[in-house]
Design a protein around this ligand. Structure first.
Ligand code: FES
Length: 155
């Protein structure tokens, strides 16, 4: 066998082995990526939108107005005197509706005597966790609340 033909064969072997190795590594990489996403799905990044609620002056100190986020969940927007707070009205115990009681300076759940402070933290009763909070912005004398964007199921 002449040496140029021998070099040609070994070059061909080298190239095919290298390409096969690259293909194997690539397929293992893709498989590992999908397997990891299946086992521990990446937390999808949430997108928020600011929704107009009402003029600031329409909610005097001690008053609260109800609002709904884009998923229809009720939010109490309350002027506690320390600013506006936006908290879910669903009690973290069994889901009853809480409301602000100005004389008690607290959110109150009548179902099982649950109390939350103006930041939504549990102060008394059986609720196991604070009320869900929403960010509030005051822009040009108007109240806006940041809520999670709702996606179309098709998109
Ligand atoms: S549901 Fe609110 S305290 Fe039980």
């Amino acid at each position: 066998m002449d040496s140029s033909k021998k070099d040609d064969v070994s070059r061909r072997n080298f190239l095919s082995t290298t390409l096969m190795g690259v293909g194997l590594v690539a397929s293992y990489g893709v498989t590992t990526f999908y397997a990891a996403n299946f086992i521990a799905p990446e937390d999808k990044k949430k997108i928020y939108r600011s929704l107009y609620v009402a003029p600031e002056k329409s909610v005097p100190v001690g008053k609260s107005i109800d609002f709904e986020d884009l998923k229809g969940r009720k939010i109490a927007i309350t002027n506690t005197g320390d600013g506006f707070k936006a908290l879910s009205t669903s009690c973290t115990h069994l889901g009853c509706q809480v409301h602000w009681e100005n004389e008690k300076n607290a959110f109150y759940c009548p179902c099982h005597e649950g109390y939350f402070d103006s930041d939504g933290n549990v102060t008394k009763g059986p609720p196991p966790a604070p009320l869900a909070k929403y960010d509030v912005e005051i822009i040009d004398g108007n109240i806006f609340v940041k809520v999670e964007e709702v996606y179309n199921a098709i998109s």
